[in-house]
Write a protein that binds this ligand. Sequence first.
Ligand SMILES: [Zn+2]
Length: 431
Amino acid sequence: MTSPQYRQVPAQVDLPALEHAVLDFWREQKIFTKSLEQSEGRPEWVFYEGPPTANGMPGAHHIEARVFKDVFPRFRTMQGYHVGRKAGWDCHGLPVELAVEKELGFNGKKDIEAYGIAEFNAKCRESVTRHTDAFAELTTRMGYWVDLDDAYRTMDPEYVESVWWSLKEIFNKGLLVQDHRVAPWCPRCGTGLSDHELAQGYETVVDPSVFVRFPLTSGPLAGEAALLIWTTTPWTLISNTAVGAHPDVTYAVATNGEEKLVVAQALVEKALGEGWEPTGQTFTGREMERWTYERPFAFLDFPAEAHYVVNADYVTTEDGTGLVHQSPAFGADDLLVCKAYGLPVVNPVRPDGTFEEDLPLVGGVFFKKADEALTEDLKDRGLLFRHVPYEHSYPHCWRCHTALLYYAQPSWYIRTTAVKERLLEENEKTN
Ligand SMILES: [Zn+2]
């Protein structure tokens, strides 16, 4: 039995041919345009495409996103809405810059400045629309209805203005604030990374794990014992500012008959190894607060009193020595603790990841490459207790695979937490 409305389906169906027939029909009859004309005057359901970056060829992942972008407008149209659908192109940001840098054989900001910022921007502008044709073809072929002829571009002045306008509104509401925070920083790209980006770039590396003596200069053990600290980033010892001890942890003095070292009681055996015995003398972290010590490298000027024991609740006795070297410019926990004591934030590493030129031993050296010379120097001065290679996962830039710095940088933040409840309320209204 055949119905007059439907053509008979042959036993062997050529699906691509079928799709082309439908697409041809849509194109010839201008079905998308007609569907918009037909629904003119009905309640609006607005759709602006979250724009793809067209400086690369479209891939399978674009198809998935575009299916979703198509399904909802179609569904709303069927529910009786007028759904204008505006396509867009994302023209800004590091993906674009990075692709152009690669093309020009550049290696960071300096190369861009030498080439000329205006010239570089022109190249970027040219690059962002390079593959819009391929995107248009994919869009049409997969049957995604969107107005590509009147697309918005994030590099158009009108769009940029609207972003500045939003930022100004946020500023007027007092939600735009500048703050120093330790955040992951890529010294090659010259930019901070979000937590989300950070999660994408962990790589297993071998770093030096060093145990270092910090001779005490005040308190009951002054001149006769040293604090022992553990770190896998010897390059941060240059900016050592304090030593963190947990106020409630008991620290023990131990000796090998020749010298005395202070570590957490629970870690005497693990940290010091054979031949070391507790002397019986113990102190709580609270009792040790403000004991001063001799810093490992005296290269930097500190604008305020520093280099003493501070109390820090985050210190554990799980590994290391229970005494934690503090370098507030390079650790979020360190920064919090040191801020509470009014300690200065001293940072000898420049944004490109190299040490300031005038420093002994490491001037101009990339931070990750400074470990060896510093460890060697500690050894020569009798401050190195132990040095072993340590395999661990360390965050690297997902874009360029450079080892990241945890770096205190002044940055602008939007205080979204201040309007969190309101945001959640508004979300409740959305389905
Ligand atoms: Zn990078």
